[in-house]
Design a protein around this ligand. Structure first.
Ligand code: AKB
Length: 313
């Protein structure tokens, strides 16, 4: 059976690169990109694109039938900082879009789902260093609560109804193609833009705030790999811890200084500091490594080189 993919939220930070990758693997005719608006001309013009509201069950069902979709990647979500400003909408979007897709799989209309979770599922009572796969989880943000609840529902739909849903707890993601929106880890993208534009950056987190991060290419590869893994190898059906690199704003600034010696950074923590303080500093992803062979490739130095090279173009 041909794999036919629907990406919901294809114009976002992850969706953009995921769509490009999936089109290159499965062919343009087999990957349908969708989003609430035509937000990215490359995604809209380089293949099939449909406008869809992730909260509209009927619209999603219609697309699934129209294109005979087998796999759905649900990338639409409100991230941590934005969700704190609009809790009711964040809960509505993050939860009900997931229920729509889970219910479509339960009804036998699709075969496989990818749904992203996040390090935000952890909270202030979680062990911060080398955070285990199974541990205390008391998220204190709206986004984290929605992701943790989503994980529980994914596992429930898998156990009760046999739904093939696969998920990764993404760390902060860093890329040069699309800017992120509304996250607490977004400073780690903005710092590269500001370093090149102004030679200086004001960080909304304190200099020693260590968070788990990953270069986007690694995150996209992990997403493709978990979706291509044998179903029996995907043993965790809530979501997998995934680790790349961990660093503080001061550490990334020092790495940038190796390329831009005059670069300066200052710190002015805002409400996002509290969110960051509730998250892990580093992640133990041995289950992902053991179950479906995950390996990260990019370190802080290789990532910084690629980021600056591409943003300079
Ligand atoms: C955010 O900062 O909200 C996201 C995340 C860690 O899920 N990048």
């Amino acid at each position: 059976m041909t794999t036919k993919i629907l990406i919901i939220g294809a114009c976002g930070q992850i969706g953009t690169e995921l769509t490009t990758k999936l089109r290159s693997i499965y062919g343009n005719d087999n990957v349908i990109a969708s989003d609430i608006r035509k937000l990215n001309s490359d995604i809209v013009n380089n293949g099939i694109f449909e406008v869809v509201n992730a909260l509209d069950y009927n619209q999603i069902e219609h697309l699934i039938e129209k294109y005979q979709i087998t796999d759905v990647y649900l990338m639409a979500a409100l991230l941590s900082a934005t969700a704190e400003k609009n809790p009711a909408f964040a809960w509505d979007l993050n939860m009900n879009s997931l229920f729509h897709v889970l219910n479509l799989a339960k009804a036998g209309k699709i075969k496989k789902i990818f749904w992203p979770s996040s390090i935000a599922v952890f909270g202030p009572t979680t062990p911060r260093n080398n955070t285990p796969q199974y541990t205390i989880m008391e998220p204190s943000t709206v986004y984290g609560i929605s992701k943790q609840t989503g994980e529980r529902w994914c596992e429930y739909y898998h156990n009760q109804y046999g739904v093939d849903v696969r998920s990764i707890r993404y760390p902060g993601l860093i890329s040069w193609t699309t800017e992120p929106g509304g996250g607490t880890t977004d400073y780690a993208v903005d710092i590269y833009h500001k370093a090149l534009e102004n030679g200086t950056f004001e960080c909304f987190l304190s200099e020693d705030t260590k968070l788990p991060m990953m270069y986007m290419d690694d995150a996209i590869r992990a997403t493709v790999e978990i979706m291509q893994a044998n179903a029996d190898d995907v043993k965790i059906r809530s979501s997998y811890n995934l680790s790349g690199i961990s660093f503080t704003p001061a550490e990334i600034a020092n790495e940038i200084k190796k390329h831009i010696p005059d670069f300066t950074i200052s710190y002015k923590p805002d409400f996002r500091q509290k969110i960051a303080d509730s998250w892990p500093a580093s992640i133990d992803d041995s289950s992902a490594r053991k179950d479906w062979g995950w390996r990260h490739e990019f370190e802080m130095d290789s990532m910084t080189k690629v980021m600056l090279e591409n943003l300079r173009k």
